[in-house]
Design a protein around this ligand. Structure first.
Ligand code: NAD
Length: 487
C-alpha cells in the first residue's frame, strides 16, 4: 500500500522536492509497511522556505486582521469538508484508530483555525491618557516563526501552532516529526487554497538537524516546539543563543486523583481516556492514577472489567478503539517499562503483552495495561512512558496526595474526580500543573489555554493566551506639546 504524496516539502505555495535529502521512510504502524518515502530538507530547501516566509510575512502583516481571519476560517471549513480523507491519512501515518482521528485530529485543527480566524480582527493594542498626552500600544507580529512537531497529533499540532501565529500576522516554517510527515503538507495546501499567500506556511521535512538549522537562522524570530523534555532543553538552548521567543510544549507524568466520594464510573472513564486514548501517546495523560484507599478495590475491579472490553485491532475499522503505537521502537520502549514495572514489584492487573492480531502480525500493538500497587519511587511512576500503561497508586488524605502529585519535575496537567466542589477547587489551586480538569480529563477546546509549568514547558497554546506567544507590544507615546525640556 502506498500513500500519494506530491512532494516531500511544501514551500513558497507549492510542493517541492530535492532528492539529495536523506530518505525518510514513512511506515503504517499497524502493518509495518512503507507507505511513502520522503526526503529530509537540504540546505537549499531550508533557505527557500525561510526566504519565502520572510517575503510572505510582509504582505500578510499588512492585511487587516479581519482579512487574515477570513482566510483562516475558510481553511477551517475546507478542513472540515475533507475530514474523512485527512483522518484516514492521519491513521495511516500514526496508526491511531479512525474512530479517534475522525473526531480528534483534523477536527481539532479546524477548531483552532476557526477560533483564531474569529479572533484575528480583535487583536489590537490599547490607549491610555497621561494628562494632556497619551500613549497607545500596537500588537505587532514577531515575523517568521518556526514550528516543530511531535508524532502523536501531527495535523493538530501543526494547526495549533499555525492558527495563532498567522492570526497575529506572522509566517511559519513548520517541521513535522520525521515519524509522521504527511498531514502537515495537507494543511499547507489547504491554507493556500483558502487564500494565504505563497510562502506564508511552509512545511519542510527532516530530523533534529533540520530543526536545529531552522532555529539558528537569524531571520527566525520564534520557535514553538512540541516534543520531549530532552529535545526541549536543546531547542531552548539553541533559541537562547539568538535571543528568540519560545513556546515549549513538552512531556508530562500527570496525576489524576480520585477521591472516595467520586462517581466511580466517571472516574474510571476519565482514567481510561487519560491513559488509553491514542494508545496512551498523549502528553497530558494522567498516568499516575491516585485512588483513595477506601474505593481502591472496587475501582481496580471495574477498571479491569472495562479495560478487558477495549477493542484493539485494525485501525481502519471504525469499531476498533485502540490501534498500534507509532513505531516498533516506541513499542519496545513501552514493553521495557512494563517489564520494569513487573520487576520493581507493581501488580500487573491486566495487559502487558503484545497481542496477536490476525493480519497485523508486524504491527506495533500493545495491550492496554494496568498496574496497581504502584509506589512513588517506581520507575513507571516517575518517567513518561508514552504508551497504554496506567499506574494505580493508593492514598489516604488530601494533603498527602497533593504533595505526592506535585513531587515530579513535570507539570503539564492534572485531574481531580470528586463530588465535593470545595475540595475540587482547593485541590486544583494546589496542584502544580498548567492545565487541570475537574470531573473530566484531556478535554482541550480551542478556547481554553493549554500548556505546562515546571519542566513541561511554558507559553500557552490555544485561547487568547496564545496571542501573547505570537505577538509583541510596541508602545507609542504621543506628546501634544509644548516639550518640557530643562535645556
Ligand atoms: P521528540 O522530542 O523526540 O521530537 C519532537 C520534534 O523535535 C521532532 O520533530 C524532532 O525531529 C525534533 N527535534 C529533535 N531533536 C531536535 C533538535 N536538536 N533541534 C530541533 N528539533 C529537534 O518528541 P516525540 O518523540 O516526537 O514526541 C513525544 C514527546 O512529545 C513526548 O515527550 C510528549 O509528552 C511530547 N508532547 C508534548 C505535547 C504538549 O503539548 N505538551 C504534545 C504532544 C507531545
Amino acid at each position: 500500500m502506498r500513500v500519494e504524496v506530491a512532494a516531500s516539502h511544501f514551500v513558497a505555495g507549492k510542493p517541492l522536492d530535492d532528492p539529495e535529502g536523506a530518505p525518510i521512510p514513512t511506515l503504517y504502524p499497524a502493518t509495518g509497511e512503507t507507505i511513502a518515502t520522503l526526503h529530509g530538507a537540504t540546505d537549499a530547501i531550508i533557505e527557500k522556505a525561510i526566504a519565502s516566509a520572510v517575503e510572505a510575512q510582509r504582505e500578510w502583516a499588512a492585511l487587516a486582521g479581519v482579512e487574515r481571519g477570513r482566510v483562516l476560517r475558510r481553511a477551517a471549513d475546507i478542513m472540515r469538508e475533507r475530514n474523512r480523507e485527512l483522518s484516514e491519512l492521519e491513521t495511516f501515518d500514526t496508526g491511531k484508530p479512525l474512530q479517534e482521528t475522525l473526531v480528534a485530529d483534523a477536527a481539532s485543527g479546524a477548531d483552532a483555525l476557526e477560533y483564531f480566524g474569529s479572533l484575528a480582527d480583535a487583536i489590537s493594542g490599547e490607549a491610555k491618557e497621561f494628562g494632556r498626552d497619551f500613549a497607545y500600544t500596537r500588537r505587532e507580529p514577531l515575523g517568521v516563526c518556526v514550528g516543530i512537531g511531535a508524532w502523536n497529533y501531527p495535523i493538530q499540532i501543526a494547526s495549533w501552532k499555525a492558527a495563532p501565529a498567522l492570526a497575529c500576522g506572522n509566517a511559519m516554517v513548520f517541521k513535522p516529526s520525521e515519524m509522521t510527515p504527511l498531514s502537515a503538507l495537507r494543511l499547507a495546501e489547504i491554507l493556500v487554497e483558502a487564500g494565504a499567500p505563497a510562502g506564508l506556511f511552509n512545511v519542510i521535512q527532516g530530523l533534529g538537524d533540520v530543526g536545529g538549522k531552522l532555529i539558528s537562522d537569524p531571520r527566525v524570530a520564534k520557535v514553538s516546539l512540541t516534543g520531549s523534555v530532552p529535545t526541549g532543553r536543546k531547542v531552548y538552548a539553541g533559541a537562547a543563543e539568538g535571543l528568540r521567543h519560545v513556546t515549549m510544549e513538552l512531556g508530562g507524568k500527570s496525576p489524576l486523583i480520585v477521591f472516595g466520594d467520586a462517581d466511580i464510573e466517571d472516574a474510571i472513564g476519565g482514567a481510561m481516556l487519560g491513559n488509553f486514548y491514542s494508545s496512551g501517546q498523549i502528553c497530558s495523560n494522567g498516568t499516575r492514577v491516585f485512588v483513595e484507599r477506601g474505593i481502591r478495590d472496587k475501582f481496580v475491579e471495574r477498571l479491569v472489567e472495562r479495560t478487558r472490553a477495549i477493542v484493539i485491532g485494525d485501525p481502519m475499522d471504525e469499531a476498533v478503539q485502540m490501534g498500534p503505537l507509532v513505531s516498533s521502537a516506541q513499542r519496545d520502549k513501552v514493553m521495557g517499562y512494563i517489564e520494569t514495572g513487573r520487576t520493581e514489584g507493581a501488580t500487573l492487573e491486566i495487559g502487558g503483552n503484545v497481542p496477536n492480531i490476525q493480519g497485523f502480525e508486524d504491527g506495533c500493538f500493545i495491550e492496554p495495561t494496568v498496574f496497581s500497587g504502584v509506589t512513588d519511587d517506581m520507575t513507571i511512576a516517575r518517567e513518561e512512558i508514552f504508551g497504554p500503561v496506567m499506574s494505580v497508586l493508593d492514598f489516604d488524605s488530601e494533603d498527602e496526595v497533593i504533595d505526592r502529585a506535585n513531587a515530579t519535575e513535570f507539570g503539564l496537567a492534572a485531574g481531580v474526580f470528586t463530588r465535593d466542589i470545595t475540595r475540587a477547587h482547593r485541590a486544583v489551586t494546589r496542584l502544580q500543573a498548567g492545565t487541570c480538569w475537574i470531573n473530566a480529563y484531556n478535554l482541550t477546546p480551542a478556547g481554553m489555554p493549554f500548556g505546562g509549568v515546571k519542566a513541561s514547558g511554558f507559553g500557552r497554546e490555544n485561547a487568547a493566551a496564545a496571542i501573547d506567544s505570537y505577538s509583541q507590544v510596541k508602545s507609542v507615546y504621543v506628546g501634544l506639546g509644548p516639550v518640557d525640556s530643562p535645556y
